[in-house]
Ligand binder design. Structure first.
Ligand code: CO
Length: 134
């Protein structure tokens, strides 16, 4: 079911500063910031040859990453995203296996304009997992 690693996401308190670290200190290609109000985050993608790093900053008071940054004020790895070819088939297989899908279970449109779902970290070794249909 799982295919390629799409990205690793890092929650950061200051997106400009984090983008500058990747661009100027690490010499990576960094995209322009993109606001995703439906997800409560502003994102920047660091483009690598084999995958991407997604830098996330809270957007709005209800941002789902605010609590994460309260616990880890300097930032930290927030989730990993795997590609699947059929997100509805993946969801149905996972829920039939007892795994919990976050939210109402229906895919939302992610940062790349493709359907995404998040899976409960307690069902995946303490790691928040995002699935993206590719
Ligand atoms: Co993501």
């Amino acid at each position: 079911m799982l295919e390629r690693l799409n990205h690793v996401a890092i929650a950061v308190p200051d997106l400009d500063s984090a983008a500058s670290t990747y661009r100027d200190t690490l010499g990576a290609e960094v995209s322009k910031p993109q606001a995703l109000p439906e997800h409560g985050v502003t994102v920047v993608f660091v483009e690598l040859a084999n995958t991407k790093i997604e830098l996330l900053e809270p957007l709005g008071e209800e941002s789902p990453i605010r609590a994460f940054l309260e616990k880890s004020p300097s930032g930290g790895i927030h989730h990993i995203c795997y590609e699947v070819s059929d997100i509805i088939a993946a969801r149905d297989h996972l829920t039939a296996s007892g795994a919990r899908v976050l939210g109402n279970g229906e895919p939302k449109t992610g940062a790349h304009g493709k359907p995404v779902l998040f899976l409960h970290p307690k069902d995946f070794d303490g790691t928040l997992v995002e699935l993206e249909e590719c």
